[in-house]
Design a protein around this ligand. Structure first.
Ligand SMILES: *[C@@H]1O[C@H](CO)[C@@H](O)[C@H](O)[C@H]1NC(C)=O
Ligand SMILES: *[C@@H]1O[C@H](CO)[C@@H](O)[C@H](O)[C@H]1NC(C)=O
Ligand SMILES: *[C@@H]1O[C@H](CO)[C@@H](O)[C@H](O)[C@H]1NC(C)=O
Ligand SMILES: *[C@@H]1O[C@H](CO)[C@@H](O)[C@H](O)[C@H]1NC(C)=O
Ligand SMILES: *[C@@H]1O[C@H](CO)[C@@H](O)[C@H](O)[C@H]1NC(C)=O
Ligand SMILES: *[C@@H]1O[C@H](CO)[C@@H](O)[C@H](O)[C@H]1NC(C)=O
Ligand SMILES: *[C@@H]1O[C@H](CO)[C@@H](O)[C@H](O)[C@H]1NC(C)=O
Length: 644
């Protein structure tokens, strides 16, 4: 989806039924052969499944945002809500984070997900990209593409095209057996995503993709495009041979929206590929909400005219680790860790009133499965855990930067360092005595995205992309200046998706350009996954500090096992901003000071019933006086310390 909202205009009206010709409802079926088939009927304006008219009622779910353990539970709830299909993105960078190294196991086991959906009785609308947006890091593109300077992503740029062909040659053969016509459940496959919203408008690129999809999936597979609901987007996003569909939410006039689809597809099924049940949150927003009545009213109208509808999202899930994306319209804004989306199933996969209301609408149009909706998974309030200080990043480099620094006269980007995610340390020395506060400036706005600055171990402040390009520093000639840079997630939408991270242009301190850097790649996740900092510390826990230090610092604690491994929500009340891990798994970023998200979802399967549960916190700015965190039995996604 894309971060645009059309100006609110009106709800639905009855005129609609007259304007958009009814589709499929009066179809007198052709002879039905015994073969599995899925196609478009341009005469009767509908999809045909096994020769019979077919209308999908679908919901989006992203396996990359849900632990594998819960896939079956979420799919079953979607099935019990009356859906007959799910819509699924494949994030390229989730499967090929390192060029040429593919992962399709565990939480990345796409085929297992397709199998579970099939077992549940759900068809699949597959969205393999290669670009997906999805508020996902770089819109699903791997950051290693940026190693080619000035690469034109999402175009027929030869290096981009080559990487795409290599990827699709790995991915598409895996999904081919799951096409409906081959005995699986994939009915339609999207090519690219909202391409018309991108500046390039490169038809050669879309043709190349079409050729690849045809080559790997065969020419009879129904391929489609999806675009925002404007003529410009539809023009650049659609291509002859790819069925053009639209996406829109409750602020849009259905008649107008489908009239636009009709201009590009005079015949065939009406399709809203992304009907927004909710919306995303950026840090600093309030938690988004889309009114349930508006959702159900519009859903009812669309289904009544025979349209095919996919609800985006039906189950949003979580941006674990570093997987959140960002927008760049009026400045850089990154997406929060929760992808709850105010969707019918909550972030933790629990049924909401919106879900039940949607099920009631669907009931009017198709027989829905008998039996009760599976209940919410149990939640547990494990309570407070006290943490102790481990040390600051600068003092722990032997552990978290085992490769040591790269020396460079000028700063290198994350991409040049081949460390694509997380945090990196840039170290140099003060070129002269700075007795008075002296400005440290990022003149070209080259700090992507946030830099935590200390001199000789004393935290001095931070620089931030777009909003804080100068801060003051004091110190003596030769003092060590450490700048820890956080990558807050790459832009996932629009023309600024070449979003290099780190220090992109020289920093100026007083009258000097800072040079002669030691740049330390930080392998924090690797160290934590290997047991640090808990291993070997059972008998020598550091003494709690009276004054917690400022600047990027690690803290650790343990939650004793109590025999339960239930879902819970971790609240870092009075902590400022950082990253948190439990038992080696990166739960994501927290920033309660900014909000709106106050708690992090902790899936039950991460919790051990027998071993001490190891919590590690990297606080980037300022820890609270009482070094403790709280495990609660409910989420809080709509608060802020700053605003309230
Ligand atoms: C939606 O658009 C149609 C056709 O342009 C118009 O007649 C109708 O009044 C609009 N609906 C609402 C609720 O404004
Ligand atoms: C999908 O499910 C159907 C119906 O249960 C089954 O007949 C088919 O073999 C399954 N397909 C695959 C690829 O497992
Ligand atoms: C429902 O949608 C209409 C049209 O976009 C909007 O004016 C109205 O405020 C919405 N209602 C609620 C409660 O959000
Ligand atoms: C979040 O809080 C704000 C401010 O109190 C409120 O306007 C908004 O409706 C809330 N959002 C949700 C989803 O409850
Ligand atoms: C960071 O750790 C180093 C080494 O333990 C120490 O010398 C320094 O004072 C610490 N800095 C802060 C801000 O606590
Ligand atoms: C830096 O220090 C100077 C002199 O004390 C002060 O005027 C200025 O506001 C400070 N700038 C920042 C960004 O803190
Ligand atoms: C937590 O760390 C301790 C010490 O390394 C280890 O013995 C224990 O197994 C870890 N707990 C879990 C759940 O991995």
């Amino acid at each position: 989806m894309s971060p645009r909202r059309n100006p609110a205009d009106m709800a639905m009206n009855i005129v609609l039924l007259g304007v958009v010709s009814l589709v499929c409802l009066a179809f007198n079926g052709a002879l039905v052969s015994g073969e599995r088939s899925f196609s478009i009927d341009y005469t009767n304006n509908c999809f045909l499944k096994d020769g019979k008219p077919f209308q999908y009622i679908s919901g989006s779910i992203h396996y990359s945002r849900i632990p594998q353990y819960y896939w079956r539970d979420r799919l079953l709830k979607m099935y019990m809500a009356g859906l007959n299909a799910v819509q699924v993105y494949v994030p390229w960078n989730f499967h090929e984070s390192v060029q040429g190294v593919y992962s399709f196991t565990g939480d990345r086991d796409l085929v297992h997900f397709l199998d579970l959906a099939n077992q549940t009785g759900l068809l699949v609308i597959l969205r393999p990209g290669p670009y997906i947006c999805a508020e996902w890091e770089m819109g699903g593109l791997p950051a290693w593409l940026l190693q080619k300077p000035n690469i034109i992503l999402r175009s027929s740029d030869p290096d981009y095209s080559q990487a795409v062909s290599n990827w699709l040659a790995v991915l598409l053969p895996k999904v081919k057996p799951w096409l409906y016509t081959n005995g699986g459940n994939i009915i339609t496959v999207q090519v690219e995503n909202e391409y018309g919203s991108y500046f390039a408008c490169d038809y050669n690129y879309m043709r190349q993709l079409q050729t690849l999809f045809h080559f790997f999936l065969g020419k009879t597979t129904v391929l489609f495009t999806t675009d925002g609901n404007t003529d410009k987007e539809m023009t650049c996003g659609s291509l002859e041979g790819l069925y053009a569909t639209v996406d829109f939410g409750t602020d849009t006039n259905i008649t107008e929206a489908f009239k636009r689809q009709r201009r590009f597809e005079p015949r065939g099924p009406l399709v809203n590929s992304e009907f927004y049940t909710g919306w995303l949150d950026h840090w600093g927003d309030w938690h988004a909400a889309v009114n349930t009545q508006n959702v159900t009213r519009m859903l009812g109208h669309m289904l009544a005219i025979g349209a095919n509808v996919n609800m985006y999202m039906f189950e949003g899930g979580t941006n674990f680790g570093y997987w959140n994306g960002a927008d760049h319209d009026n400045g850089f804004r990154s997406v929060v860790t929760s992808y709850d989306y105010d969707a019918p199933l909550s972030e933790a996969g629990d049924p909401t009133e919106k879900l039940l209301a949607i099920r009631d609408v669907i009931k009017q149009f198709r027989d829905i499965p008998l039996g009760p909706m599976p209940p919410a998974t149990p939640k547990f309030a494990y309570g407070f855990v006290t943490l102790t200080k481990v040390g600051n990043i600068s003092g722990l480099l032997d552990t978290i930067s085992p490769t040591g620094p790269v020396l460079s006269q000028y700063p290198l980007t994350f991409e040049e360092m081949k460390q694509y995610y997380g945090y990196m340390l840039y170290r140099t020395t003060l070129p002269r005595e700075l007795a008075e506060p002296t400005p440290l400036i990022s003149p070209l706005n080259g700090v992507h995205d946030r830099a935590y600055v200390s001199v000789n171990g004393v935290f001095q402040g931070l620089l931030q992309r777009d909003t804080a390009l100068v801060m003051n520093v004091t110190g003596k000639q030769g003092d060590i200046i450490d700048i820890i840079v956080e990558n807050m997630g790459r832009v996932n939408f629009g023309s600024k998706i070449n979003d290099y991270k780190g220090i992109l242009s020289n920093l100026i301190l007083g009258r000097d350009v800072l040079t002669d850097w030691k740049i330390y790649p930080l392998g924090i996740d690797g160290a934590i996954a290997a047991g640090w900092p808990h291993s070997g510390r059972q008998h020598s826990l550091p003494v709690p500090q009276k004054e917690p230090s400022a600047g990027p610092t690690f803290y650790m604690g343990t939650l004793p096992p109590n025999g339960l491994a239930w879902d819970t929500f971790l609240r870092l009340y009075h902590w400022t901003k950082g990253q948190v891990w439990i038992n080696g798994v990166n739960l994501g970023r927290y920033w309660p000071a900014r909000g709106p998200q106050q708690t992090l979802y902790v899936p039950g399967p991460l919790i051990s019933t027998t071993e001490p549960n190891n919590i590690t916190v990297l606080e980037l700015e300022r820890a609270p006086i009482y070094l403790r965190v709280l495990f609660m039995d409910r989420p809080q996604l709509n608060g802020t310390a700053e605003k309230s």
